[in-house]
Design a protein around this ligand. Sequence first.
Ligand code: GLY
Length: 393
Amino acid sequence: MSGTPDKKRSATDVVVVGGGVIGMSIGWRAAQAGLAVTIAEAATAGSGATHAAAGMLAPVTEADFGEQDLIALNLAAAERFGPFAEELEAASGRPTGYRRAGTLAVAIDRDQAEALERMHRFRLSLGLEGERLSGRECRRLEPALAPRVLGGVLAPGDHHVDPRAVVYALRSALSAVGAELLEGAPVRELVTGDGRVLGVRLADGRELAADRIVIAGGASAGAIEGLPAEARVPVRPVKGQILRLRATAAGPQPLGRVVRTEDFYAVPREDGTLVVGATMEERGFDTTVTAGAVLDLLRYAYEVVPGIAELELAELGAGLRPTAPDNRPIVGDGALEGLVWATGHWRNGVLLAPLTAAAVAGLLTGQPLPYELEPFSPGRFARSPQPAGSASA
Ligand code: GLY
């Protein structure tokens, strides 16, 4: 909606809409760059997709055919993650759970072995690192693997982190750098005028004036009110159901690194949790946990790591991956002056958070978008302005 500046409004340089790992990281970097930052989060910081996320940092084992630009972006992001985690831990005094442990992709039947070999050859052709292993070599690395594991590929550079720990750390780091984190503060609409953003109006009627608005909200980011149709970007939710198992006296943590097949992944945490995910479902904003998905995930994981049967079933959940029509991130200046998008990170939100945050903080301080992000500009969804009076959707 259009509006005129209101003297009663509080003012800041930047409002970040959305307090997930992306929004919080952007807020941290922007505040470090000297900007006054307010993050408006509808619920609790990190309670959306970030809360569900397993925290795989997997540019190699997630690399797929036809995604060379995304693979290059993910590789650049993975390189940044170690230094980001180190800096965040120092700034916050809290751990992030970042572990350089690699990822082991395995196969338990001929079909899986052939698919894994095809992906391995494709990834090698791109110069990505991966080492083919026999079943015995896989079990030497991960003794809890079932005898039926035929072989695997070790991706030594695909690490993992604990997204919930990252959120705790970012919370402290934001406070240390003077950024404001408003929780329970849904943004009702953007306030615009004269072809630019002027701020946001919260659901409780408060207004925050700002010259720059970064929309880092999750799957509903594209539907934010107050934007003309031609300034929107299309984002949809892709549901992921995910489980958390916990080590018990009878069943210790079975894995030392991420283990996956084409059907599931299992991410070990040092506190004994084993995160097992995840489904990919097009079901709108539904976050129901279904018996069928739990059954499938447990069965896939049990076939590869039978010892999970002794673990406690600690948590069932579902998250919504913010996803563009081409499954690629949407990062960069929007079609309205002062508007910046940082959404659509799909399966790689945690991995991409440091890179996106640095890029957006750069944009906010007058630097160009880094070249790795050029293919992911919101401009690829540009639409012609709608005639006055036509509906905006
Ligand atoms: N990054 C894994 C997932 O989205 O399930």
